[in-house]
Design a protein around this ligand. Sequence first.
Ligand SMILES: NC(=O)c1ccc[n+]([C@@H]2O[C@H](COP(=O)([O-])OP(=O)(O)OC[C@H]3O[C@@H](n4cnc5c(N)ncnc54)[C@H](O)[C@@H]3O)[C@@H](O)[C@H]2O)c1
Length: 260
Amino acid sequence: MTSNRLTETIAAVSGGGSGIGEAVCLRFAAEGASVAVLDLNIDAAQRVAEQISTLGGTAEAYACDVSDQADVQKTFAGIGSTFGGLTVLINNAGTAHIGGLEQTTEADMDRVYSVNVKGVYHCLQAGIELLKQNQGGAIVNMGSIACTVGIPDRFAYSMSKGAVLAMTRSVACDYLNDNIRCNCISPARVHTPFVDKFLAENYPGQETEMLKKLSATQPVGRMGQPEEVASLAVYLASDESKFVTGANFEIDGGFNNLKP
Ligand SMILES: NC(=O)c1ccc[n+]([C@@H]2O[C@H](COP(=O)([O-])OP(=O)(O)OC[C@H]3O[C@@H](n4cnc5c(N)ncnc54)[C@H](O)[C@@H]3O)[C@@H](O)[C@H]2O)c1
């Protein structure tokens, strides 16, 4: 599905080597954007960038650990010189943790905070300079239903995604006059390698049964697809959403609002 909705767009996508980030990179390129694919896993980032190039698009892979401020600054300086600027930033890289308050160690808390909270802060800070030079742009942060709903055994993860929504609103407010919009996407369960890894690690031998159970959590009876999240990201990155900033978009198969 393409309609050239993102021509003139230069997008940086963190965690672009897998799952939702990968779908965003591929869809953005199909819509005409040039894409900087950032990932801790350079092989994954390169695979996505090569796929885009093979299809005739423009993409560059960057090895970047979002939890490392110096690494992020260096990466965004590279994007600025290679692409000649930045117009869209997608803060998608994230990590998970399963456990309630009493099962969450200080090390767990620090690890989740360093990727999901500081990682977003680092990319916002490095990206905002380039967006200001462009005299405007769009930022999309990947939240979760855990931004707004208490879900079992996600103490550290919920802490981090609540912070993502709060940072979204803070940035949206502070950059109104710079023509920079900032919004949050909050998916319920989306079927990605993130989910498969979670099942393999936490429910070995019961993956199929657990996949069914997790699918049933959404009132529509299934998980989301990464491409469905990418469609929303296209809207939020494009001028079609010029009147939208500081908002949180639930893409959740009815999870937040329906109790069938
Ligand atoms: N899949 C879901 O059900 C779901 C639901 C709600 C929100 N989310 C959020 O969506 C985002 C993407 O999730 P996904 O399911 O596509 O995950 P995924 O595991 O498939 O992909 C995440 C990517 O981020 C990269 N990454 C991890 N740590 C990084 C770091 N420090 N620096 C740079 N890259 C790093 C990984 O290498 C991987 O390529 C995450 O922020 C996640 O919290 C996912």
